[in-house]
Design a protein. Structure first.
Length: 199
């Protein structure tokens, strides 16, 4: 019999698959232009987060995070060939800053400090895509980020022994993905895109 933690983790993987399925479909349509820096950093950060979940005995949620990390790195590879090519100086600074902060985050033993560092890291990972989407919001599908937030919501219930430390990371990712989905919708509305294009 499948226990509830594994069931929620499988649900998170299903939602992650739906998220990447919609994302790949919009890439195929030529609508979405992923920024390689953001996707590489998301893959790296989520990979470190998966390792941390394994160490904190996060149970099946760690496997779900590992699936997400691998998917992000694959999209990053794809983005280098067919994604956003207009790399700005701020994108490079975000990449360098994030790569420098990840080892510090992983090494810290202070949960509060870790939360502060991961917030900084996540802002840095999102920055290239936030900057690109401000000018061209049609190049990112908000529904994909809605699915992304929902998968992290399910991951919260996939932790067998929930603590503040092992719930902090998926909870924060849930909030950032949903916030970014809202940001894209607002920017599309501000730039005059019709409602049927919000997917």
């Amino acid at each position: 019999m499948i226990d509830q933690y594994l069931l929620f983790a499988l649900g998170a993987v299903v939602l992650a698959t739906a998220r990447y399925g919609t994302y790949f479909y919009t890439i195929y349509q030529g609508k979405t232009k992923p920024h390689a820096f953001s996707w590489f950093l998301w893959g790296a950060v989520t990979g470190v987060g998966a390792l941390a979940q394994f160490e904190l005995k996060g149970g099946p949620s760690a496997w779900a995070l590992a699936f997400v990390a691998i998917s992000c790195l694959f999209i990053a590879l794809l983005a280098f060939f067919i994604g956003e090519r207009d790399y700005k100086k701020s994108d490079w600074l975000a990449l360098i800053g994030c790569c420098g902060a990840i080892p510090v985050w992983h090494a810290t033993q202070n949960p509060l400090l870790a939360l502060g560092i991961i917030i900084v890291i996540d802002v840095l990972t999102y920055w290239p895509t936030i900057r690109k989407s401000f000018h061209r919001p049609e190049t990112e599908p908000p529904i994909s980020y809605g699915f992304a937030g929902m998968r992290y919501f399910l991951m919260l219930f996939a932790v067998p022994d929930p603590t503040w430390e092992n719930l902090m990371y998926p909870f924060f990712l849930m909030l950032t993905d949903w916030s970014f989905a809202i940001y894209i919708v607002i920017r599309r509305w501000q730039t005059g895109h019709p409602l049927h294009e919000y997917a």
